[in-house]
Design a protein around this ligand. Structure first.
Ligand code: NAD
Length: 366
């Protein structure tokens, strides 16, 4: 019997993405696999059922009962995953950090669960890396939100009513989201500065036509990530930054350190020094925020400055975000298959690192 790859309609608040698109469904079918979706699974992403050729549709209970592999943009509720068979694979963005209880429930149920957030950042993993693909979407959307919230134009405008100077935008953190934010703000005509604590980002920022802001702090960590700053480094960074912020119209902050609270970079005093009408979009809001005034999913007005803490930005561009994440999922699924059978090789670090539950055991405790 061919392996059945399945997906449900996502139910998290505001979630509009889908884990299987018509394109990845075609790929699975071409490999001799079966594809089973909950009715309307892709509708909110812009993929109505009619666009999925040769795909079967069913209700939630049937999809769960027949799935060999369930792909998920966000972790399904424990009560929902309970409908999966023993030995079934659950694969997706499973938000494993701090989720010990959920992982224990999946393990007790005999599921094999793979959380793609735990992929190592190696060249081979890139095509499966959902954090990267969705961070790029978030960086793009953060700039659109900022432009919408700002009382100023981004580009320079020369009109009969006079000349408008371009907005000055600072992007904090030049990882995947930050670089996409820099590129997007530049395309809108803003004058952009970027900074990061990893020294190799200087060239990347400059290659996008932005200025690299040197705050005199360098903190490269392991695995291509940043490390946490020492108290002294943090103080130095903040002092230099406060001065610079006075001239900024928009700040997009994207700084993160894996598995930890987002670094606190912007204090209330720094925000109070900014121009009236300045806008901060803090995309680290979900992990605590880079600004101490950020509140997730809320627009905070502090004096004359607005601080936006959007959550799940990628869901706001659901069609392209789904196309990207669905390809990541399809590429990882490919790793699990040998001659059409589900045979994960636990000697492969991509598989062992991401596996959080298998054979009744918790493999990563959250
Ligand atoms: P991230 O989301 O963990 O962090 C975002 C950025 O914030 C990073 O650039 C980090 O250096 C920066 N940062 C952390 N603390 C800071 C501070 N106090 N002040 C300023 N900036 C701070 O990172 P990410 O975007 O997921 O990617 C980080 C790195 O991993 C990049 O080098 C990226 O190219 C690399 N990467 C590799 C792969 C792969 O090879 N598979 C995939 C994705 C990303």
């Amino acid at each position: 019997m061919a392996v059945t790859i399945a997906a449900l309609k996502e139910t998290a608040t505001g979630e509009r993405r889908v884990a299987i698109t018509p394109e990845t469904a075609r790929k699975f079918l071409a490999r001799g696999l079966r594809v089973l979706l909950e009715r309307d699974a892709g509708a909110s992403a812009g993929f109505p059922d009619a666009g999925y050729i040769d795909v079967e549709f069913a209700d939630v209970a049937t999809v769960l009962a027949r799935a060999d592999v369930l792909l998920a943009v966000q972790p399904p509720e424990v009560a929902v995953a309970a409908g999966l068979r023993r030995g079934a694979v659950l694969l997706g963005q499973l938000r494993p950090y701090g989720a010990g209880e959920r992982i224990a429930a999946w393990a007790a149920q005999g599921l094999t669960a793979f959380a793609l957030e735990r992929l190592p950042r190696t060249t081979r993993a890139q095509a499966m890396d959902t954090l990267s693909s969705q961070a790029a979407v978030a960086g793009y959307r953060a700039v659109l939100l900022a432009a919408e919230a700002s009382p100023r134009f981004f580009p320079m405008l020369t009109t009969a009513a006079g000349t408008v100077r371009p907005s000055r935008v600072l992007v904090i953190g030049a990882g995947v989201a930050g670089l996409q934010a820099i590129a997007t703000a530049r395309r809108l005509g803003a004058q952009v500065d970027g900074f990061d604590v990893r020294p190799e980002t200087r060239e990347q920022v400059q290659s996008l036509g932005a200025k690299f802001l040197d705050l005199g702090v360098s903190a490269a960590g392991s695995g291509g990530y940043a490390r946490e700053l020492t108290a002294e480094e943090r103080a130095r960074q903040q002092q230099a930054l406060a001065e610079h912020l006075r001239a900024m119209d928009v700040v997009i902050s994207t700084a993160a350190v894996p598995g930890r609270q987002a670094p606190r970079i912007l204090t209330a005093a720094m925000i109070e020094g900014m121009k009236p009408g300045a806008v901060v979009v803090d995309i680290a809001a979900e992990s605590g925020g880079n600004c101490e005034l950020t509140r997730a999913d809320t627009r905070v007005e502090h004096g004359a400055v607005s601080i936006l803490g959007p959550v799940n930005l990628a869901a706001g561009t659901p069609l392209h975000a789904s196309e990207m994440i669905a390809r990541n999922f399809a590429n990882f699924t490919e790793l699990l298959l040998h001659e059409g059978e589900l045979q994960p090789d636990f000697g492969d670090e991509l598989i062992s690192n991401t596996c959080i539950a298998h054979g009744g055991e918790v493999k990563f405790a959250g």
